[in-house]
Design a protein around this ligand. Sequence first.
Ligand code: G3P
Ligand code: MG
Length: 241
Amino acid sequence: MTEIFGHRGSAGTHPENTMISFKQAYIDGADGIELDVQLSRDGIPVVIHDETVNRTTDGKGYVKDLTLMELKKLNAVHKFKKQYKHAEIPTLEEVLDWAAKKRFKVNIELKNGIVPYAGMEENILDLIDRCNMDHLIIFSSFNHYSIARLHTLAPDIEKAVLYMEGIYKPWEYTKWVGGQGIHPHIKAAKTSIIQRAQDAGVPVRPFTVNDEKTMSRLFEEGCAGFFTDFPKKAVQLKYQK
Ligand code: G3P
Ligand code: MG
């Protein structure tokens, strides 16, 4: 069965990468969530997509230059101001504590392609150890050095390479860098790529799939999963079949 991951939670209808959005994805019936991690100035993994707080909060500046205390003062309701008064930037620990209790899957995307956060992999692995949820985690990153590093540090946790455009035989490439799955942009997830990868035992989970036609195609093709901003719509479509 194709697994549905709420992209940044239920980001199409709720403030992305906040507890409001993650809880909604759970209510919507998703199999799990996807979230993005950066490190605060004091080295705490925080859940926010961009390297700066400018787009999604009422603050300004790089996440790497702000302490957790400073980040916690910001309002991350973003474009949903009318529906929600306030939402904090969550720490990764807060989200994992909640997800562990629900036995809810979490795809942790390490956003270390632009800012090379030192010690990010070790830092995140410490948290996962504490929450005892190895088998509920999938790591991903556009930074494939990070996938290789995670493979060395935590060989038993699933990892997937993220990519935008055609990689030659991505099912072989991911194994080469220490991954087990592939997370391509939907435009790079042609039927033949999904089939060949999954025949080779490599799960494919494209992003970001918001239209019903593509969702239906992925269900029919038995794609391992996909990321969507609208998990409610995807779940309804999945079970109406
Ligand atoms: O992990 C899938 C997707 O989130 C990757 O792109 O920019 O939305 O983090 P982005
Ligand atoms: Mg992401």
